[in-house]
Structure formats: structure tokens, C-alpha cells
Design a protein around this ligand. Structure first.
Ligand code: ZN
Length: 499
């Protein structure tokens, strides 16, 4: 055996010696003058200058790109760059400039692929639970209220409140949707959003709908700011705005009666009128259901994610002890579900703008910003097209469409599952059709609504303890880092004497 290794080594030495000895080396190109090389060197220089911030976090802002897997980030950055007339491939979204990044494993207690309820619950409580459940552990029986009280877990937003900080949630979905409910909700079923959604068993066993949980939480735990859609979940059925509350309660009215410096806004003008210096508590409900896409005319008069984020930070910053804020782009997920990459990726850019606002308004010395996703979607970018090909459209090389084995053009983006499978994929498609806002990318497996995808999702972070969010971790680990940064895990602090 030993002889064989020695023989192989001798042969290799002889060959390499011959190769270099007998031929002149090719001239060396001065690669140090290349832009890629210079950019890489500048990035290395920046990385070498970086120091770890091991101090406590006064504030934490958690951004969730719902359904924003790595491919959504890649395709989202290309679209964001191309929209600005720049090279999409090398464009950087705001959160891609953050110094620390890692990967999160998102599976739930019972499923390989998570939904948004367990997805956020793991991040907000440190415990994975069943798909569909929020703020409770996996001992619950899915969809049944019985046993929920025993399984209740405090969320990071609630711990922040209980220990003197302020807390809020902002979303482009409804405020009772699964992800925002992860800040304040405790339920075995994410579908119990208004009382009219509750089955008899849930009512008999004392479970409460999410809209009521948001407004009725004990003062010591209650959120100070909540903004998004879902107005109908807060209004009585008798309300002309088509409320859904069978108990005939007006929760907007009840919110306004809960104390001084309390405000409600129902549109952009109302949000702009809300003065942060005289407001401590704000409920903003800007539409029925989810907020409309910025692509659509319905968005006029509705605040964008960065506008809501700016107002939330301005109000929560009053508290000298700090705050916790969750900001969700729920729309990335909603549009992926219908294979509409145009709107889904536009919302990746919207999330990037909101993160930029938070970076501008806070100090990385005392504010931990985390950007991640609760799960991925089955979006794929493929095809060898030219670097400047429109990412939402058909694959082309130097302006000429590329075709598949059957001679048909194909799209750069496609999905694993979804409604896009229910038609003859790319037959006769033109570039104009494929790049239109209402185009639905093709999918492999037909489904009314695309299924979530199960691969790991990215985490980006800056600020106190951000360096702990590198490597590959369980989604529930993100909770641990945030809780540690807030000082809730003093017993885990390394001793100064190194023992
Ligand atoms: Zn979803």
C-alpha cells in the first residue's frame, strides 16, 4: 500500500517538473487593475477593519421578508438594479451590505416545510411549534383550543415590554396575519383572526381571536405600535366598512380609549398627521386584508413599508430604555403564492428601502438590526442568458431569444409549484408579455397556491451581537441571539476572567 503512494507521488512530481521546465510560462495579465479585483480588495479591507460589537442592544429591529429565500434575494437585487438602469447582477440591496450573515433552518416541529406561523413563532419564542400555531409550543393539538393555555410561550416583544422597553409591529399584510401575530399572539390556529373565525370548541375553551389579543393584552405586555391591513377584523359587522366582528365590538374605538397619546390612522394622510412627539401608541389599519402592491393603483393613499417603518421608529424611540420592532414584508410571500414574480420581487426592493430607513434612523452601536425570512418559496433563476437580460422576462443572449428543446422561448424565472403550471408554459410568449406586471411565471407542479420551499434562508445582521448570527443555525437560534443582545440571558455572559 505504502509503495503505491510513493510511486504516485514520484509520478506527479516528474510530470509537474516536466510541464513547467519545458514550456515558457504565459504572460501574466495585470489582474490588479480589473474592477472585480479592486472591488474585492476594497471589501476585504473593510472586513479587516471590522470589530465585533459585544455590547448590549438598546433596540432591536427584526425584518422579515416573508417567503424571501436566497433566490428571491438574488432575483430581487437584479430587478432592483435593472429598474435603476444599473447592472442588476452586481447591485446590492441595503441589507446585503450588513457585515454579518448566516443561514437559518426553518422546518417546524411537525413538517419539513414550515408555514409562516411556526416560522415566526420559532424566531419570536425560541421554540419550534406545529405548522399553523403561534406563541405556543408543540404540545398543543393543531386547531384545538384545549391545552393552549399550558403551552403558552412569552414572545420576545412581550419580554421587551415586561422589562420596560416599547414594542411594535409593522407589516404589508394584515396585522392579524401569522407573521405580525408572532409578536403578540398565542393561538393553536393562525386562522382565528376575528371572533367570526372561531369554532365553537375554541370559544368554549376560552381562546380569543388575534384582533382581540392585539388590543386586549395586559398593559404590561401590550404592543405600542401596530400597522398594516385587516381593518375588517377590528370592526363590528354592523359597521358600514364591512366589519367582521360578530361580537359587535369596535376594537379601534377600544384601542383609542385605552389611554392618552393614543392614535389611530386609516390612510397615508392620517399617518402623516400623526405626530411622533405627541403620540406614544398608534394603531394603523390601512386596508381590508393585505395592503395593495405599490405596483397597483389601489396603493395611492396607502403608506409604503418604509413610511410605516419610519413612523414606528420615531414613536418607539421615545422610550429611553429602548424598543423591539418587527417589520414584515408579507407581500413577497403573497405574490410568490400566485407565481407573480413581478410584484413579489418589487416587494423585495420595498423591504430593502425599509431596512435602509431603519439604518438611517438608528445607531449601529446600540441597535441590532436583523433581516431574515420565515421560510423560502420555490423560485428558481436559470438559463445562461446575457447578464443584462431582463430578469422578469424570457431568456435572451445579446437580444436574441434562447429556446428550449422544443424550440419555444422560456422564462428566466420559474417556480417549483403554483398556478403557473396550469397552462402551456412558454408557447408563443413574447418578451413584452413575460415582463408585464400581471404575468405569472411557469411552475412545474400545479397548485392553486404555490407551496413554500424548505431550503435554508439567509440572515443578515448589524449592531450589538450581530456577529453571533453567522454560520448555519436553527430558526429558533435567532431568538437566542436577540434575547442575549437585550440582556435577558445574563447567566450566559462569558466571565471576564475567562473561567
Ligand atoms: Zn405563504
Amino acid at each position: 500500500m505504502m509503495f503505491r503512494y510513493v510511486l504516485a507521488a514520484c509520478l506527479a512530481l516528474t510530470l509537474s517538473a516536466q510541464g513547467y521546465a519545458q514550456e515558457a510560462l504565459p504572460p501574466v495579465h495585470d489582474h490588479a487593475a480589473e474592477a472585480d479585483y479592486k472591488d474585492g480588495e476594497a471589501a476585504l479591507r473593510e472586513a479587516l477593519m471590522r470589530t465585533q460589537n459585544v455590547g448590549p442592544a438598546k433596540n432591536i429591529i427584526l425584518f422579515i421578508g416573508d417567503g424571501m429565500g436566497v433566490n428571491s434575494v438574488t432575483a430581487g437585487r437584479i430587478l432592483a438594479g435593472q429598474k435603476r438602469g444599473l447592472d442588476g447582477a452586481s447591485y446590492r440591496l441595503s441589507f446585503e451590505t450588513l457585515p454579518s450573515s448566516g443561514l437559518s433552518k426553518t422546518y417546524s416541529a411537525d413538517r419539513l416545510v414550515t408555514d409562516s406561523a411556526n416560522g415566526i413563532s420559532a424566531i419570536m419564542t425560541g421554540v419550534k411549534t406545529l405548522n399553523g400555531a403561534i406563541g405556543v409550543d408543540a404540545r398543543i393539538t393543531g386547531g384545538r383550543c384545549s391545552g393552549t393555555a399550558e403551552a403558552r410561550l412569552e414572545t420576545l416583544a412581550e419580554t421587551a415590554k415586561r422589562t420596560g422597553r416599547s414594542a411594535g409591529v409593522v407589516t404589508t399584510a394584515g396585522v392579524t396575519d401569522a407573521t405580525p401575530a408572532g409578536a403578540y399572539g398565542h393561538t393553536p390556529s393562525r386562522t382565528w383572526r376575528a371572533d367570526s373565525d372561531m369554532p365553537a370548541e375554541a370559544v368554549q375553551n376560552g381562546c380569543v381571536d388575534l384582533a382581540r389579543q392585539l388590543v386586549e393584552a395586559p398593559v404590561s405586555l401590550r404592543l405600542d405600535v401596530a400597522m398594516g391591513g385587516d381593518l375588517e377584523k377590528f370592526l363590528p359587522v354592523s359597521d358600514p366598512r364591512k366589519g367582521e366582528r360578530a361580537d359587535n365590538r369596535d376594537l379601534v374605538h377600544e384601542w383609542l380609549n385605552q389611554g392618552p397619546k393614543t392614535a389611530f390612522a386609516s390612510d397615508l394622510a392620517g399617518l402623516e398627521r400623526t405626530r411622533p412627539d405627541t403620540t406614544d401608541r398608534l394603531l394603523g389599519l390601512f386596508s381590508r386584508g393585505d395592503l395593495p402592491s405599490p405596483v397597483d393603483p389601489g396603493h395611492v393613499g396607502v403608506p409604503s413599508l418604509d413610511q410605516m417603518t419610519a413612523k414606528a421608529i420615531a414613536i418607539l424611540s421615545h422610550n429611553p430604555k429602548g424598543y423591539f420592532l418587527m417589520v414584515e414584508s408579507g407581500s413577497i410571500d403573497k405574490w410568490h403564492h400566485v407565481n407573480n414574480a413581478y410584484r413579489a420581487l418589487t416587494d423585495v426592493d420595498e423591504l430593502s428601502k425599509a431596512v435602509q430607513v431603519a439604518m438611517n434612523m438608528t445607531d449601529p452601536r446600540d441597535t441590532l438590526i436583523v433581516v431574515t425570512a420565515d421560510h423560502s418559496h420555490g423560485l428558481i433563476l436559470s438559463g445562461y442568458e446575457s447578464r443584462d437580460a431582463p430578469v422578469l422576462g424570457l431568456a435572451e443572449i445579446n437580444g436574441t431569444l434562447v429556446t428550449d428543446q422544443g424550440g419555444r422561448p422560456y422564462t428566466i424565472l420559474s417556480y417549483a409549484t403554483g398556478p403557473g403550471a396550469h397552462r402551456d408554459a412558454s408557447a408563443g410568449l413574447t418578451q413584452a408579455q413575460a415582463t408585464s406586471p400581471d404575468f405569472h411565471q411557469p411552475a412545474l407542479v400545479y397548485s392553486d397556491s404555490a407551496k413554500h420551499a424548505g431550503e435554508d434562508v439567509p440572515i443578515y445582521a448589524v449592531g450589538p451581537q450581530a456577529h453571533l448570527l453567522t454560520g448555519t443555525h436553527e430558526s429558533s437560534y435567532i431568538y437566542q441571539v436577540m434575547a442575549y443582545a437585550f440582556g435577558f440571558k445574563a447567566s450566559l455572559q462569558p466571565r471576564q476572567d475567562g473561567k
